[in-house]
Design a protein around this ligand. Structure first.
Ligand code: NAG
Ligand code: NAG
Ligand code: NAG
Ligand code: NAG
Length: 191
């Protein structure tokens, strides 16, 4: 039987000591924090209302098709197409009314038997205290339905910790060109 010499004992002790040290170190990337320390007071609920202009046609489109599948042309619902957008958001249905931000992101035709979009976009606001703040939207948009509901999955600036939903309601659609004006009502919890 091997004897536990003092050297062995100290080696075992050293290994034990360092494993505790490593275990402690690995926790260092996270710690508990009070809401106050981050400047978070009371959670509030805001309602935002604006119009989204999806301009597909003409010389200055704000929505451009960046990719599609070989079979997209054969699909009655455009399945497989991907569109990049930088759409103006305005106070009133008219494009010439005051701009409050942009909707920047991507929508993709994700349904084979209906006009169903996957929307991944940020509302980047430029108005007043919202200037520079964003809301992130990720949802399903059945464009021919009356009102669609899209989840708000997060935000930045005044919308940090945001959660909520957006109701999208088409107020004008040119079926030939694809141009559309969509009314958005966004309900969002934030601090
Ligand atoms: C799909 O149709 C468009 C216009 O009709 C044409 O420009 C494009 O080349 C077609 N793409 C494929 C993959 O057939
Ligand atoms: C699209 O449809 C045409 C006509 O029916 C057919 O010849 C062609 O192979 C189809 N293309 C694809 C990519 O499915
Ligand atoms: C929004 O912020 C940007 C950058 O700070 C600034 O250039 C712009 O004038 C601001 N717009 C409004 C409407 O306050
Ligand atoms: C709809 O789009 C088509 C094709 O771009 C255009 O010729 C027509 O004038 C548009 N209709 C309206 C009401 O704007």
């Amino acid at each position: 039987m091997a004897k536990t010499t003092p050297t062995h004992t100290s080696t075992i002790f050293t290994i034990f000591f360092f494993s505790i040290l490593i275990a402690t170190k690995s926790q260092e990337f996270s710690r508990k924090l009070s809401q106050k320390k981050l400047g978070l007071k009371k959670e509030k609920l805001s309602h935002l209302h604006f119009y989204f202009h999806d301009i597909v046609s003409g010389k200055n489109p704000t929505a451009v098709r960046v990719a599609q599948a070989a079979m997209t042309n054969n699909s009655s619902t455009g399945f497989g197409a991907v569109v990049m957008i930088d759409d103006p958001l305005t106070l009133k249905p008219k494009l010439s009314s005051k701009e409050v931000g942009r909707a920047q992101g991507i929508y993709a035709f994700a349904a084979q038997n209906e006009f169903g979009l996957l929307m991944v976009m940020n509302f980047a606001f430029t108005e007043g205290k919202y200037n520079g703040s964003t809301l992130s939207i990720l949802g399903r948009n059945l464009v021919l339905s009356n009102v669609r509901e899209l989840p708000v999955v997060g935000g930045s600036g005044v919308f940090r910790f945001a959660r909520g939903y957006a109701h999208a309601d088409t107020v004008w659609l040119n079926m030939t060109s694809g141009d559309a004006v969509v009314e958005y009502n966004v309900y969002v919890f934030h601090y």
